[in-house]
Ligand binder design. Structure first.
Ligand SMILES: Cc1cc2nc3c(=O)[nH]c(=O)nc-3n(C[C@H](O)[C@H](O)[C@H](O)COP(=O)(O)OP(=O)(O)OC[C@H]3O[C@@H](n4cnc5c(N)ncnc54)[C@H](O)[C@@H]3O)c2cc1C
Length: 397
């Protein structure tokens, strides 16, 4: 029997249980509930949206698929981005759309509210520690809510439990991220600095962020998220936080630090399986991050939306084999693109500082109307034809 106090689920059994209330989980819960399923979302932390482990940058086009932009969760509106080569030269590509640096603790909270508005139940301080299984197939979850062990049944379990996902492993899905694809990240939020509040800065090069990049994402004119990702291989020689501290000592020696975080980003292709044994994986848990940029908020929400819709349809049809539609729809919508981005990442990672400097100079020479991401990429291919092979691999493999 479930305790009947506030903060516990209202029922012993649901159509869909979502584990994790990040953007991917909340979106899965929202669309499953909108599709008519009874939904419970369980979050281990006390508060949805906190702690924040993110640079918080998203595109306007990405966000508006799910929620109307609202000043209460927008720290900065950005209209440009700048790529800074190892020798300090920089290029500002033409950007047609705009983007935002979020206040994710408010954003995640609002996204969870959308799920609740569709009828999903949300319970925090609920740590899922295993699946209830019958012949390998999930039939619910085992969860500790306020120190009490509880079993809750469900037809479908959606694992939205982030980069360290365990739901997938419990279901027999191989969620291991190859060490070469894992970026080790460190970030601080600084204040008392001077930044342009409408531009995202990306620093490249072995000195600042080998095998990755360093970012400065403004939160107003006097604060910013400053972080970097380096390949785990490089981080073995020198930790990501060391690279970051050296940069900050040079650039912002007197700044005050508001937050410090570290975390991994799976810059990989989507897991080979994202549906198994009545379990679906979404977001970081399924490696749905854009492998080139490391951005996973919107892509995880897209994965969550598709999974939620398919879960509700499968429940309506009373046919859980239908869950495999999610794999098909995900790959058609974004999975195939991530394979292309993955190969571009593989190719660009090999570029040394000298080549990056040269490419930046070539990009600066482009007339403004051609100085788009596509234009710069074409210039890179022209100057570095070996990259073409890496990109083409996805179409011929
Ligand atoms: C340093 C850094 C910077 C980043 N910058 C950006 C950026 O600028 N833009 C961008 O788009 N992406 C960025 N990302 C990636 C982005 O943060 C993730 O892709 C995104 O948060 C994934 O969302 P999610 O819902 O899959 O997982 P998460 O946001 O990680 O949410 C998972 C949730 O599951 C909960 N949970 C985990 N285990 C359990 C359990 N057993 N029981 C119950 N609940 C559980 C967690 O508490 C958490 O709330 C960055 C990542 C890092 C590390």
């Amino acid at each position: 029997m479930l305790p009947t106090r506030l903060g516990y689920p209202m029922n012993n059994s649901y159509d869909v249980i979502v584990v994790g209330a990040g953007p991917a989980g909340s979106t899965a819960a929202r669309y499953a509930a909108a599709g008519g399923a009874s939904v419970l979302m369980l979050e281990k932390d006390r508060d949805v949206g906190y702690p924040v482990r993110c640079g918080e940058a998203v595109s306007h086009e990405g966000v508006i698929q799910f929620i109307e932009p609202d000043p209460k969760w927008i720290a900065s509106t950005v209209r440009r981005f700048r790529i800074i080569a190892p020798d300090g030269s920089s290029v500002i590509p033409r950007l047609d759309g705009i983007g935002y640096v979020l206040e994710r603790r408010i954003f995640d909270y609002e996204v969870a509210k959308l799920a609740a508005r569709e009828g999903a139940e949300v319970v925090t301080k609920a740590y899922v520690y295993d699946l209830i299984k019958n012949n390998g197939a999930a039939e619910g979850v085992k969860v500790i809510i306020k120190d009490q062990k509880v079993e809750i049944r469900a037809k479908v379990v959606i694992g939205a439990d982030g980069v360290e996902s365990r739901v997938g492993k419990w279901a027999g899905i191989d969620t291991t991220c190859h060490i070469g694809d894992m970026e080790s990240c460190a970030q601080v939020t600084l204040t008392g600095i001077n930044v342009e509040d409408d531009i995202l800065d990306f620093y490249l090069g072995d000195e600042v962020a080998p095998g990755g990049y360093l970012w400065i994402f403004p939160k107003g004119k006097d604060s910013a998220n400053i972080g970097l990702g380096v390949s785990v291989e490089k981080a073995k020689q020198k930790a990501a936080i060391k690279f970051l501290e050296e940069f900050i000592e040079k650039r912002f020696p007197t700044a005050a630090t508001l937050t410090r975080i570290a975390g991994g980003v799976p810059c990989a292709k989507t897991c080979d399986e994202i549906v198994k044994n009545n379990v679906m994986l979404v977001g970081d848990a399924a490696h749905q991050v854009n492998p080139m940029t490391g951005g996973g908020i919107i892509t995880g929400m897209i994965g969550g939306m598709i999974a939620g819709q398919v879960a509700a349809e499968a429940v309506q049809k009373n046919d859980l084999r239908y869950l495999f539609q999610y794999e098909k729809r995900w790959h058609k919508r974004l999975g195939w693109r991530h394979e292309v981005f993955y190969n571009i990442k593989e190719a660009t990672e090999k570029l040394d500082d000298q080549t990056l400097n040269m490419l930046c100079k070539e990009a600066i020479k482009l007339p403004e109307e051609k100085r788009t991401i596509g234009g710069i990429f074409r210039t890179a291919l022209w100057n570095q034809p070996s990259m073409l092979l890496d990109v083409a691999r996805v179409f011929i493999s």
